[in-house]
Design a protein around this ligand. Sequence first.
Ligand code: CDP
Ligand code: CDP
Length: 203
Amino acid sequence: MAFTIAIDGPAAAGKGTVGRRLAAHFGFAHLDTGLLYRATGRRMLDGEGPVEAAQSLRPGDLDAPGLRTPEVGQAASRAAALPEVRQALVDFQRAFAARAGGAVLDGRDIGTVICPEADVKLYVTATDEVRAARRLAELTASGHDIGYDEVLADLRQRDARDSARAAAPLKPAEDAVRLDTSKLTIEEAVAAAIAEVERVQRG
Ligand code: CDP
Ligand code: CDP
């Protein structure tokens, strides 16, 4: 039977890390839906129209190098405000969520728009400063020459745009369980998420 876990929250809150680990723990598939928007943004930066790019995404586009940069993230966030772009990506995400073996999807609108009937909804947050420090460490480790202030500004600008847009804005679903990871290690955050899933599975 399909079991769906929806994870939403602002940039670099730990959605992907928690989602990946939850999926591994329960044997579910995991989809980082931000990659769909980043792949669209990547192709926009290469000169393609955003709607055309979103409508013709191929699986290989999600593995393209350089998708994690702030420049691509900003392009993704601009593309993500367009209703036609979001519409082009809905069917793929819903089909993924409905797969028989169980699925974890993380993004901004999973619990509100893509999977409003998800079995578990988590809204993962952390302070701006913690998120910026974590994203800086990631970018530095992968060889990017970027500073803390620039990373913090990027996250705040995207969060503001993602929250203010009319189409599927970033916000917690009413029935989402909030998980503030500011003071949690990855292991602690994952343990809290597993506990919530098990609570739901017990009924
Ligand atoms: O998917 P999202 O952008 O929300 O965040 P992420 O890519 O999962 O996490 C951003 C960074 O924070 C990663 O390098 C994680 O290893 C790290 N992280 C952490 O240090 N502590 C946590 N409790 C969660 C994530
Ligand atoms: O990893 P991080 O949290 O920094 O960003 P991401 O999850 O890769 O998402 C990149 C951008 O895609 C976000 O800033 C949003 O504008 C957009 N996005 C969205 O609108 N809806 C989703 N379900 C996922 C991402």
